[in-house]
Design a protein around this ligand. Structure first.
Ligand SMILES: Cc1cc2nc3c(=O)[nH]c(=O)nc-3n(C[C@H](O)[C@H](O)[C@H](O)COP(=O)(O)OP(=O)(O)OC[C@H]3O[C@@H](n4cnc5c(N)ncnc54)[C@H](O)[C@@H]3O)c2cc1C
Length: 123
């Protein structure tokens, strides 16, 4: 077996300041990234696009492009709520390794080790 590429996924919880900047529209993971606990990432992205399509239709019917500011505000509001919920679920999920007597800090050490290993493999 030949390994063509190695990528490491990093957990993050980030939300872009504005989903609409200088005529550039952000949706999905380009706008937000949550811990996977709760299964919110893709679902939130789909909701972004659902909202966006409605706004684009309104622009097509004569509304000003600035209506996309509303898209930005509405979706950021939800992203903030979802980010809080995802963190809550993530912290809850960490109770499993803790209750098994594992040190969560050691898990981070393990992850950092994997990160270093992948950079060695991919060079
Ligand atoms: C472990 C894990 C579990 C998850 N479980 C769930 C779940 O249960 N439920 C849920 O809703 N979400 C879940 N997610 C999150 C979900 O996978 C993402 O939120 C979703 O895939 C994001 O979709 P996206 O289209 O915004 O971005 P992406 O899926 O990242 O798509 C972006 C695409 O753009 C392409 N691309 C990048 N740069 C360029 C370029 N310069 N030119 C052209 N193309 C480019 C990439 O190759 C990629 O195909 C999970 C994520 C992880 C890591």
């Amino acid at each position: 077996m030949e390994i063509k590429n190695v990528g490491v996924w990093g957990l993050s919880n980030q939300i872009i300041e504005k989903f609409f900047v200088n005529r550039i529209i952000f949706a999905g993971d380009s706008a937000h990234s949550f811990p996977p606990a709760g299964g919110f990432g893709m679902n939130t992205g789909i909701c972004d696009v659902n909202n966006l399509v409605h706004k684009l239709l309104m622009i097509n019917k004569g509304n000003h492009i600035q209506i996309l500011e509303k898209y930005s505000q509405e979706r950021r509001y939800y992203a903030l709520m979802i980010s809080e919920l995802a963190m809550k679920y993530y912290n809850k999920s960490m109770e499993i390794p803790r209750n098994l007597g594992m040190n969560v800090d050691n898990l981070m050490l393990f992850k950092n080790g994997l990160d270093s290993l992948s950079s060695v493999i991919s060079t």
